[in-house]
Design a protein around this ligand. Structure first.
Ligand SMILES: Cc1cc2nc3c(=O)[nH]c(=O)nc-3n(C[C@H](O)[C@H](O)[C@H](O)COP(=O)(O)OP(=O)(O)OC[C@H]3O[C@@H](n4cnc5c(N)ncnc54)[C@H](O)[C@@H]3O)c2cc1C
Length: 280
């Protein structure tokens, strides 16, 4: 099934932090709510995501918050900075939006913000976007990701009907980072330890005895290892492009602004290289 991009509403939502919860040593849950979520919905894709808006370098913006006015009146470097997070859960009845943040140290905006977030605080975001949901017509599903893709993998597994066949691999720092997922699919938890991010994932998927039939795959996380798995799946396993949802969610050594700015070129280059290899 081809990924079908969902059109994002252009006006930001304004939400309040309702509660936070430390799920594991390196994963912080933040639940958002409030009247500002009245027009929000996120139930088409299992990889729905929102783009949180953080004030750039301590900038303050006039109320009511208006992106078009900010773009017109503020220099580019003071426009809000965006960070992308998966909708782990959307409870339309109680208007609660759950996001899970990887805590990856003191660097960055979103990770440290999630640790500090307190009930009542306002947060704005654009979205949702999204492009993937497990195709019910596939013979089996392959899901592979590091912590950043765990929210999307968990939501995808929870959406699978009883009896659906799936292989799911999630790489985390160690056993203390494993989470409970409400699914019959047995997740293979890979413990990174001191190895580079993604190495265990690439090895595990490479060693998988691929079941017969059509696979629909979801592979996301750090861009370097995602590239390796793309080669394996697209070039060696010859999985059609339309059956692969695969991209770098973040890139080691780059913040999201830097990664997003170079992502299109990175993807185009890798795709061209791998498509040439596939055709050879
Ligand atoms: C569609 C999509 C959905 C995503 N969903 C989620 C999600 O649900 N939860 C989630 O935690 N992330 C998710 N991500 C990844 C997240 O957007 C990035 O990790 C983002 O860079 C984090 O922002 P930051 O401000 O914390 O760090 P940044 O300021 O962007 O980066 C600061 C430094 O931290 C490093 N870094 C960034 N992310 C990580 C990481 N995960 N582990 C180790 N080092 C890191 C960067 O390489 C950089 O050196 C998603 C990304 C996309 C594109």
């Amino acid at each position: 099934m081809a990924d079908r991009p969902v059109r994002k509403p252009r006006k930001p939502h304004s939400a309040r932090v309702v509660r936070t919860e430390r799920l594991t040593p390196h994963m912080q849950r933040v639940v958002l709510g409030g009247e500002g979520l009245a027009g929000f919905s996120a139930d088409t894709c299992t990889d729905h995501y929102v783009k949180l808006l953080f004030p750039a370098g301590g900038a303050t913006y006039p109320e009511p918050f208006d992106m078009e006015r900010i773009r017109a009146e503020y220099p580019r470097e003071q426009w809000p900075v965006t960070r992308t997070y998966t909708v782990r859960h959307w409870d339309a009845e109680h208007r609660e939006l759950t996001l899970d943040f990887v805590i990856h140290g003191d660097e960055g905006l979103a990770g440290p913000w999630a640790l500090r977030a307190r009930p009542g605080e306002t947060v704005r975001f654009m979205g949702p976007g999204g492009a993937y949901a497990p195709d019910p017509a596939a013979d089996w599903h392959l899901l592979a990701g590091d912590e950043s893709a765990l929210p999307a993998i968990a939501r995808s597994l929870e959406s699978l009907p009883d009896g659906a066949r799936a292989h799911a691999f999630v790489e985390v720092a160690g056993p203390e980072e494993e989470q409970k997922i409400d699914s019959d699919v047995e997740v293979v938890w890979l413990h990174r330890g001191t190895r580079p991010v993604g190495q265990a994932l690439v090895e595990a998927v490479r060693s998988l005895d691929f079941p017969r039939g059509r696979v629909h795959a979801f592979v996301h996380g750090e861009a370097g290892w995602v590239k390796e798995l793309r080669r394996l799946l697209r070039v060696e396993r010859e999985i059609p492009r339309e059956d692969l949802s695969i991209s770098g969610y973040w890139r080691l050594g780059h913040n999201e602004d830097g990664w997003q700015a170079s992502k299109r070129e990175w993807n185009a280059r890798i795709e061209a290289e791998q498509e040439r290899a596939h055709a050879a």
